[in-house]
Design a protein around this ligand. Structure first.
Ligand code: SAH
Length: 404
């Protein structure tokens, strides 16, 4: 019978006998758990040597002796010599230090769990009888996938302090939220959402999670930012976990900075979960690399709300890629500013509406004709405008993309 415990190895010495592939793999895990690792082996893998050079661990390049176990909290016997592993396990036993015997898990006094971490949760699986690593890994993988898919209700049941998690949901395709974003949704007592982004994900939250929609739509007035801030802070102060779900990345034209600030001044814990911003991902999904060797080495992301500012015009003229969000209604002004500033009328332009979502559409042209093309096709927000040579049609299929 084996008991499963969570060991806090941070800063505690873990002695590893052996320097081969098995030792390397396990050492990486001990390091990620914050242990002070000492590897004792006459030879070590490249990976272990690199860790030793970086000062991540101490490597004693010789055969192990009993004294190496001094001050150890935990021992791993992972040499390629089963007899030596048994010897190390016996030293550990005599010193009452737990030891994993990598050559035969049933002979040590501890077993390595197949583990994974998910935010502040760890999943560990062991077998209590005959060791069978592939089997426990299969169970771990199934459990981990379940949690990462947001399929487990991760709300806290103990009263705790409330907090706000600003989550970027990506451009719209629900597959483009991050794993941490998905977990955060599963932890939420309250979700405060916009209209943009992967709002489809909200169908997966349990019925008793309060969903507050503060997004603007044609038939309702936008909730003022100060009111949104107040909602976030109030729910968190009442002890709830509040997820603020935002399109793209919370800190790219998302007013996430103001929301984070409101939480900080109110003394509310705030975590920012970055998202896949539409500025880069919407062009990418449409086959437009915002930088490309030999074509564009810089990219400027700007708001087109009030037309094109000096930086945007300068970027258009210099041949940098200009990505414009919120620029549909001011498109004619943006184009006119670029042309007046000296950008070539031939500069390619692509407008991607509803990027990564059902109904995605790309309208193309150049600075001279894009405004007319957009009127003709009836371009509507949300849309990303890309100005620059990377926006030329079929760039990736052309020789230009092969420039060494
Ligand atoms: N924080 C968001 C941007 C919010 S500003 C992000 O990082 O993506 C809103 C603007 O983003 C829209 O006006 C539009 O220009 C752009 N946008 C967001 N999602 C989009 C999508 N799926 N397709 C095209 N444009 C999108």
């Amino acid at each position: 019978m084996t008991a499963l415990f969570g060991l806090d190895l941070r800063g505690r010495r873990v002695v590893v006998a052996g320097g081969g592939t098995v030792a390397s793999r396990r050492v990486r895990r001990f390091l990620s758990e914050g242990a002070a690792v000492v590897v004792v082996a006459p030879d070590a893998s490249d990976d272990l040597r690199r860790h030793a050079q970086h000062g991540d661990l101490e490597w004693r390049d010789r055969g192990i002796v009993e004294e190496d176990l001094n001050d150890a909290w935990f021992v791993l016997a992972a040499t390629d010599d089963a007899g030596l592993n048994d010897q190390v396990a016996a030293w550990a036993e005599a010193r009452r230090v737990f030891c994993i015997d990598a050559s035969d898990a049933s002979r040590g006094t501890a077993r390595q769990a197949a583990a994974s971490t998910h935010g502040d949760l760890a999943i560990g699986v062991i077998s209590t009888d005959a060791p069978d690593p592939a089997r426990i890994r299969a169970v771990r993988d199934a459990l981990a996938a379940h949690v990462d898919a947001g399929a487990v209700d991760l709300r806290r049941h103990r009263d705790g302090t409330g907090r706000v998690i600003l989550v970027g949901s990506g451009p719209g395709d629900p597959g483009l939220i991050t794993v941490r974003g998905r977990q955060a949704l599963a932890e939420a007592d309250v979700v405060v959402t916009d209209r943009l982004g992967a709002t489809e994900l909200l169908v997966t939250v349990p019925y008793d999670v309060e969903v507050i929609n503060v997004g603007k739509s044609p038939d309702n007035h936008p909730v003022p930012q100060a009111e949104i801030n107040r909602i976030l802070v109030e729910h968190a102060l009442a002890g709830r976990t509040v997820v603020r779900l935002k399109g793209g990345d919370p800190f790219v034209f998302g007013r996430g900075g103001e929301e984070a600030h409101a939480c900080i001044v109110a003394g509310v814990d705030v975590e920012v979960v970055p998202g896949v911003t539409s500025a880069l991902s919407v062009p990418a999904r449409a086959g437009i690399p915002v930088t490309q060797r030999g074509v564009a080495t810089s990219v400027l992301v700007t708001s087109g709300h009030a037309g094109a500012d000096r930086a945007a015009v300068a970027a258009m003229v210099s041949g940098a890629t200009v990505v414009i969000l919120m620029g549909v209604s001011a498109l004619p002004e943006i184009v006119a500013a670029g042309l007046a500033g000296g950008a070539s009328p031939e500069t390619p332009v692509a407008i991607i509406e509803k990027g990564t979502m059902q109904g995605e559409r790309v309208t193309r042209g150049n600075l001279a004709d894009i405004a007319d093309n957009a009127t003709e096709t009836g371009v509507k927000p949300p849309a990303v405008i890309v100005i620059g040579d990377v926006a030329r049609p079929e760039l990736l299929a052309s020789e230009i993309a092969a420039t060494p």
